[in-house]
Design a protein around this ligand. Structure first.
Ligand code: SAH
Ligand code: SF4
Ligand code: F3S
Length: 446
């Protein structure tokens, strides 16, 4: 495409993030960066001069979605905004994207988005592509954190070296890298100054985080959590996603000792069958996972366990699947995500023989989700009658309603007009399948 004069510089933008919390974090940081350039956030993609689609490549459906989204950006008068494809599809497909969707102006990978301002300039004249993976340089080139609400994400670790045979993440996000101690502490302080009461530490394998503290001592994620616990204003700390093999003693101990570390652990196991775990290259067994859960519960009896599961991995038999159901029953997950296996280009599992037929996958997914749903509901019902501190994060749909989170990451609806960011004692009246309803505790006692 040749143009005689450059397109006007975009003045407004809209970032749309898909996929995991890491993408949500990256999306927030791209927005901060564009605002620092003087651009303003538009209400939606309809009004924006620049639309950033921050994409996910984890399953086929997620990856294909970007192409239909690009199509929808064309406006009634035939015009379209400047379009940037960011995130994991950008990393995985690179130059293939504008070949399939010529209206794409910018392709920018998850480790290169600090270069967006330069890429936008370039895109005014033609097309711009950057999928380099410089180690961590992006963080140094991004503006200081702005207000993110009561609960904020903070990426501390990126990438993955585990190479589960079904997964694209090691290819889209690169090797495991930990952000330096001081950077993380500074960012947490900035978030606390901007009003965050809760920080969720993020990483593809967040518990693999390692670093050196300001006194030169080697530290793991537990050390980082203990340091964040001392920052004034930060009342709650969470972390996700963890890998069973990186669940070290110090981190387990922290769950019994650090009061601001919330009693919630997202620890994916994927399957309850050792045969399938082996084929997945998970390098842990079902029994090993159960032992870990037992050890965490020994120091924090009330901890809520969450997880991820894949049904229909190549070769999964009904007996293998029954072992997954048995594991879920044994752990009594408070919540969990479950997915149908999706073959991904370039991964070893995609070319394995004995792929499971879609109808079998559908049926297994339904059974697993029914079990997980019933357990989640039971977990919520068990909260009835309890008084718990709730971090108020949003306004409810009706005036005088607030929405917040329990320590166990349950959504709680309460009639109250307190300011967002308040931690309110709430007496739980009812526990539904997806959320709790409660009343302000003093009112309940009166
Ligand atoms: N690092 C994390 C999760 C990364 S991806 C971990 O190891 O658990 C999030 C979840 O997506 C995974 O836990 C897995 O359950 C699911 N997932 C990943 N690849 C998939 C695929 N090819 N098909 C279906 N689900 C997949
Ligand atoms: Fe993917 Fe496995 Fe790495 Fe998780 S641990 S990101 S599932 S390769
Ligand atoms: Fe998706 Fe990339 Fe996250 S593939 S799940 S957005 S790391």
């Amino acid at each position: 495409m040749t143009r005689t004069s450059p397109r006007p510089a975009p003045k407004s933008f809209h970032v749309k993030s898909f996929g995991c919390q890491m993408n949500a974090y990256d999306g927030a940081r791209m927005a901060e960066l564009l605002e620092a350039q003087g651009m303003t956030a538009a209400d939606g993609s309809g009004e924006a001069d620049l639309v950033v689609l921050n994409t996910c490549h984890i399953r086929e459906k997620a990856a294909e979605k970007v192409y239909s989204d690009i199509g929808r950006l064309k406006r009634a008068d035939g015009s379209r905004p400047m379009i940037a494809v960011a995130g994991c599809v950008a990393q995985a497909e690179g130059a293939e994207i504008p070949r399939r969707a010529p209206s794409v102006d910018i392709v920018v990978g998850p480790q290169a988005y600090h270069n967006l301002p330069a890429l936008i300039e370039q895109a005014r004249e033609g097309r711009a592509l950057d999928t380099d993976m410089p180690v961590l340089s992006k963080f140094g080139s991004l503006p200081r954190r702005r207000a993110q609400g009561a609960s904020a994400f903070l990426t501390v670790q990126e990438g993955c070296d585990k190479f589960c045979t079904y997964c694209v993440v090691p290819y889209t996000r690169g090797a495991e890298v930990s952000r330096p101690w001081g950077d993380v502490i500074d960012e947490a302080k900035a978030l606390a100054d901007a009003g965050a009461r809760e920080i969720s530490l993020l990483g593809q394998n967040v518990n693999a985080w390692e670093g050196v503290d300001d006194k030169g001592r080697a530290q793991g994620l537990d050390g980082l959590i203990r340091a964040l616990d001392r920052i004034p204003g930060i009342a709650r700390i969470r972390y996700m996603t963890s890998h069973p093999n990186d669940m070290r003693d110090g981190l387990i101990a922290a769950h019994g000792e650090v009061e601001s570390l919330m009693p919630f652990l997202h620890l994916p196991v994927q399957s309850g069958s050792d045969r399938i775990l082996k084929a997945m290259n998970r390098s842990h067994t079902a029994a090993g996972y159960l032992r870990l859960i037992e050890r965490v519960r020994a120091v924090r009896a009330d901890i809520a366990i969450s997880g991820d599961f894949i049904v229909g991995f190549p070769g999964e038999t009904e007996a293998d699947f029954a072992e997954t159901l048995a594991l879920v029953e044994e752990v009594r997950h408070a919540q969990a995500f479950s997915f149908k296996y999706s073959p991904r280009p370039g991964t070893p599992a995609a070319t394995m023989t004995d792929q499971v037929p879609p109808a079998v996958m559908d049926e297994r997914l339904q059974r697993l989700q029914a079990l997980i749903g019933a357990q989640a509901h039971a977990f919520n019902r068990a909260s009835e009658g309890l008084v718990m501190p709730v971090l108020i994060e949003r306004n409810g749909k009706k005036p005088g309603q607030r929405l917040g989170k329990s320590p166990w990451l349950q959504s709680v609806l309460v009639d109250s007009d307190v300011a967002l960011g308040t931690i309110l004692d709430v007496a739980i009246v009812s526990g539904g399948p997806n959320s709790l309803q409660g009343v302000v505790a003093q009112a309940a006692a009166a």
